[in-house]
Design a protein around this ligand. Structure first.
Ligand SMILES: Cc1cc2nc3c(=O)[nH]c(=O)nc-3n(C[C@H](O)[C@H](O)[C@H](O)COP(=O)(O)O)c2cc1C
Length: 329
């Protein structure tokens, strides 16, 4: 199911209703002040320009992160730039933030006939043409164009496919970036799985000091461990690796963030969730929400539904005080 087909389905109310009846699950929870109908989200990168927005909630997603968008529209890297490694349940990509630009996304969001019914996250990145030293202005321009449309914003400082981008995870860069962006809407920082614990700990200090709403862990990895023999050669393609080889490391990072912050920073766990047990372990490690990308490629919407249903079972039971009508009312 590719985004182009889903974009066509998005314009057909009957088809959307049929999907919704099959896949939508309610397991609500509130995280960083935003109410989510269920805790399973679409990870950034799948629908960069918001081309199929109504389709994702119909496929069961409890939230959608569009982008990564940049202030300037850009074509991304030359093709081929996405490689499936099926024996490893993995993908290597070097898309390079192909997107229609922040203004383009803002126009599309403004033209939506109705709200999509689930929280919308917007992932922001740096334009390739913008120098690293001017990154704050670039993120800020995108943020200003899109501010009114997002329920939360993700600061993507962890894609391996824009030269120098990951340097923005350093203390000084991130501090300046968050100083400019944190305010009106929840701002979360998306981190790389390749950081050392010390680097993550420093980044978390900045997040806490600057009032970030949470952390998204993790983006794709530069490591190439855990590939099946048949995928070794394709695995040497440049780019970020996602899927099964990332499962353990992403969970480790989520656990580290949760412990290091004493649970003060909510975590969206993402990376190598390919079955409901992977998701359960991500929640056990401290994630408040999860996101899927590669798992959705290989398993489709049945995976979203089965995780969300599990979330339903794990949802906190309503307290007696809420369930019992008071005699005075
Ligand atoms: C083709 C592709 C494009 C991606 N583009 C983005 C992106 O634009 N922004 C971003 O923050 N993450 C992007 N990601 C990373 C995913 O959002 C996710 O963090 C990562 O793939 C790990 O999750 P997964 O193992 O479920 O795929 C992309 C991943 C893939 C496979």
């Amino acid at each position: 199911m590719d985004v182009r087909r889903l974009s066509a389905i998005s314009r057909r109310p009957v088809a959307l209703a049929a999907l919704r009846a099959r896949y939508a699950v309610r397991a609500p929870r509130t995280v960083f002040g935003v109410e989510f109908p269920n805790p399973v989200g679409l990870a950034a990168g799948m629908d960069k320009d918001g081309a199929a927005l109504p389709a994702w909630p119909a496929l069961g997603f409890g939230f959608v992160e569009v982008g990564t968008v940049t202030a300037h529209p850009q074509p991304g890297n030359p093709r081929p730039r996405l490689f499936r490694l099926p024996d490893s349940e993995a993908v290597v990509n070097r898309m390079g933030f192909n997107n229609a630009g922040a203004e383009g996304l803002a126009a599309r969001l403004a033209a939506l006939p109705r709200p999509i019914g689930v929280p919308l996250g917007i992932s922001l990145g740096k334009s390739k043409v913008t120098a690293l030293d001017d990154a704050v202005g670039d993120y800020l321009a995108s943020y200003r164009a899109l501010r009114q449309h997002g329920d939360y914003f993700a600061v993507n400082v962890s894609s391996p496919n824009t030269p120098g981008l990951r340097a923005l995870q350093d203390r000084a860069h991130l501090d300046a970036l968050l100083a400019a962006l944190v305010g009106e809407k929840p701002v979360l920082v998306k981190i790389a799985p390749d950081l050392t614990e010390q680097a993550i700990a420093e980044l978390l200090e900045v997040c806490l000091a600057r009032g970030a709403a949470g952390v998204i862990a993790t983006n794709t990895t530069l490591a190439r461990d855990g590939l099946a023999p048949a995928d070794q050669e394709r695995g040497t393609e440049a780019g970020g690796l996602s899927g099964r080889p990332l499962t353990g490391r992403a969970r480790e990072v989520v656990g580290f963030v949760h412990r290091e912050t004493g649970g003060r920073l909510p975590v969206i766990g993402v990376g190598g969730i390919l079955d409901p047990d992977d998701a359960a372990r991500m929640f056990d490690a401290g994630a408040s929400l999860v996101q899927l990308y590669t798992g959705f490629i290989y398993r489709g919407p049945a995976l979203v539904r089965s995780i969300a249903r599990r979330g339903l079972l794990a949802a906190p039971a309503p307290t007696t005080a809420l369930a019992t009508p008071t005699s005075s009312s």
